[in-house]
Design a binder for this molecule. Structure first.
Ligand SMILES: NC(=O)c1ccc[n+]([C@@H]2O[C@H](COP(=O)([O-])OP(=O)(O)OC[C@H]3O[C@@H](n4cnc5c(N)ncnc54)[C@H](OP(=O)(O)O)[C@@H]3O)[C@@H](O)[C@H]2O)c1
Length: 276
């Protein structure tokens, strides 16, 4: 079935996607480019961004710009602002991030702080800077990428979950505030999605009890929600049912068990590699 294109008048002529070098962010960039909206691709790995940009320009006939940046840095928003000030950006997807599974006390405090900056300060800076620009043109959209269940607490990802809960709260509030300004805001509360992140969890999509979602479905459901100006999208019917029906205490146990199992099998295979 052919997907509905994004309205270029509302969301074009340019879109900015952070974390566009792989996974969900790269797929956002692809689907947005398929709507004939030019794309700014931002992340740290320049080679991957360039490769994706060339591919999308060739496939969809759009322009692209690559911005190499680390959103955990104090000064990143100044760098991003000057790299995009000459462009009429109508859509911003704040997606950069990762997951750091493991026991809270075993992670380095510096890693916790960096994760917190990426989810909180970076999203604050992005929504404030680009929100003002979109409000001035009185049309546009913002997608903030969170994680399903973040508000309930995620054991073995305690800091990651807490930081993502900030994104959910910020996005849902801005959805309300920006609506009269003509700016749509949608939070993506993603469940397990098939990207490079799963490897960090020791999870193999083929053996997971519930198959992770494809990036295509995750992104197309989110863009469909954005078109209707939904405040939050949980992609996948089963995810929505689980989110609505499973009590938070049980969801925390299921998540902790799944992560523990994945990490145990990852360290077992690392040990067998060392022995071999
Ligand atoms: N996959 C899932 O199951 C899942 C579930 C819930 C939420 N999410 C969220 O979805 C988002 C995308 O993750 P993914 O699954 O697509 O993982 P991924 O394939 O590893 O992509 C992560 C993207 O974020 C970028 N990034 C990470 N840290 C960055 C930094 N400090 N500065 C700039 N860019 C940075 C990475 O680019 P560089 O390395 O090139 O910088 C990459 O493009 C993340 O926010 C993640 O928390 C994913």
């Amino acid at each position: 079935m052919k997907k509905a294109a994004l309205d270029k008048g509302q969301f074009g002529p340019w879109a900015l996607i952070t974390g566009a070098s792989s996974g969900i962010g790269k797929e956002f960039a692809r689907q947005i480019a398929a709507s004939k909206i030019n794309v700014v691709l931002a992340a740290r790995r320049e080679d991957l961004l360039k490769e994706a940009g060339v591919e999308f320009s060739k496939r969809y006939g759009v322009e692209h710009r690559v911005v190499v940046l680390d959103v955990s840095r104090e000064d990143f928003i100044g760098q991003l602002a000057s790299a995009t000030d000459d462009l009429d950006i109508g859509l911003v997807v704040s997606n950069a991030g990762t997951g750091n599974p493991g026991e809270f006390l075993k992670h380095d405090q510096q890693l916790h702080r960096t994760t917190l900056r990426i989810s909180t300060v970076a999203n604050l800076d992005i929504t404030h800077h680009f929100g003002a620009k979109l409000a001035k043109r009185r049309r546009g959209g913002i997608v903030l990428v969170g994680a399903m269940g973040a508000e309930a607490g995620v054991p073995r990802m305690a800091n990651d979950g807490a930081a993502k809960a900030y994104i959910h709260s910020l996005g849902e509030a801005l959805h309300y505030e920006f609506k009269p300004l003509g700016v749509y805001v949608t939070v993506l509360a993603a469940g397990f999605t098939n990207t490079a992140v799963l490897d960090k969890f020791g999870l193999d999509p083929k053996t997971m009890p519930m198959k992770p979602m494809s990036v295509e479905q995750c992104v197309s459901e989110t863009l469909s929600g954005l078109r209707k100006n939904r405040s939050k999208v949980i992609p996948g019917r089963l995810n929505r049912i689980l989110n609505a029906l499973v009590p938070a205490s049980l969801a925390r146990k299921i998540e902790a068990d799944l992560i523990d199992k994945g990490l145990a099998s990852k360290s077992a295979s690392a040990r067998s590699l060392v022995v071999a």
